[in-house]
Design a protein around this ligand. Structure first.
Ligand SMILES: Nc1ncnc2c1ncn2[C@@H]1O[C@H](COP(=O)(O)OP(=O)(O)O)[C@@H](O)[C@H]1O
Ligand SMILES: [Mg+2]
Length: 245
């Protein structure tokens, strides 16, 4: 495929002798949505952090569009970091800033926009996630679902080339999951390139171009959703799906 936006190639990563990623390769083409599932501790979050350039790899490569980023130094990396949006399980909003402040701060600090311009653009993106009326609220005044949507707006406002989501709904009360998945489905429909770690299988089936199963630091299987769910080829995948369903 020519138009690969983000790619990991043979990535290895260990922490204190623990091999967390053992030769992971994944790529996502423009407008594709890849969903990653797998048991706790299989390396899903670590893989996303490597792809988001938040974590250096031990060996292997990470490419953004066709540029190999894994060899860049910290200063050059920082320039690329805002090109990959990341949304975490626990929202990670700045508690001392309003929703609007959270969304606009990257535009001011990283992109050097004037505050007025940043504020305008941030309002536009808050509206996109359905939170135009919450601009002046602080995170603690918002529900988990609203906080997560602010976090999504904060990443989107930087106009990233790809968006990575690390179990974005797993810290939410069940009745708040849908509003976040709806925003993500909207993004997918609009052609955003996405990698999503999630065990919301119905969402995955509906939205994913393909689904990957990770186990013990490796991608053991990748297939389009229909095939992945109806005829997974690995015993490990079958067992895991039975547990999650
Ligand atoms: N910063 C870190 N330092 C040490 N160990 C880590 C670190 N991050 C992750 N690990 C370990 O790596 C393994 C995989 O973690 P993680 O990538 O979070 O898996 P998953 O997201 O699939 O649950 C776990 O055993 C975890 O304890
Ligand atoms: Mg994780």
């Amino acid at each position: 495929m020519n138009d690969v936006v983000l790619r990991a190639e043979g990535v290895h990563k260990s922490y204190d002798g623990l091999d967390v990623l053992r030769g992971v390769s994944i790529d996502v083409g423009r407008g594709e949505v890849k969903v990653i599932i797998g048991p706790s501790g299989s390396g899903k979050s670590t893989l996303l952090r490597c792809l988001a350039l938040l974590e250096p790899v031990d060996s292997g490569s990470v490419y953004l569009e066709s540029e190999r980023l894994s060899d860049l130094r910290e200063k050059q990396l920082a320039a690329h970091r805002s090109e990959v949006g990341m949304v975490f399980q626990r929202f990670n909003l700045f508690q001392n800033m309003t929703a609007l402040g959270n969304v606009m701060c990257g535009l001011v600090e990283v992109r050097g926009l004037k505050r007025r311009e940043a504020r305008e653009r941030a309002r536009e993106f808050l509206a996109r996630v359905g939170l135009a009326d919450k601009a002046d609220n602080y995170p603690e005044e918002l529900s988990g679902g609203q906080q997560q949507r602010v976090a999504i707006a904060r990443a989107l406002v930087m106009r990233p080339k790809a968006m990575l989501f690390d179990e974005p709904t797993s810290a939410l009360d069940v009745e708040l999951v849908r509003e976040v998945l709806d925003v993500m489905e909207g993004l997918a429909r609009d052609g955003m390139t996405m990698i999503v770690v999630s065990h919301e299988l119905r969402f995955a089936h509906h939205v994913a171009s393909s689904i990957l199963m990770m186990d013990e630091g490796q991608v053991i299987e990748e297939a389009p959703p229909d095939r992945f769910f109806s005829a997974p080829s690995h015993e490990r995948t079958k067992r895991f799906l039975a547990l999650v369903e």
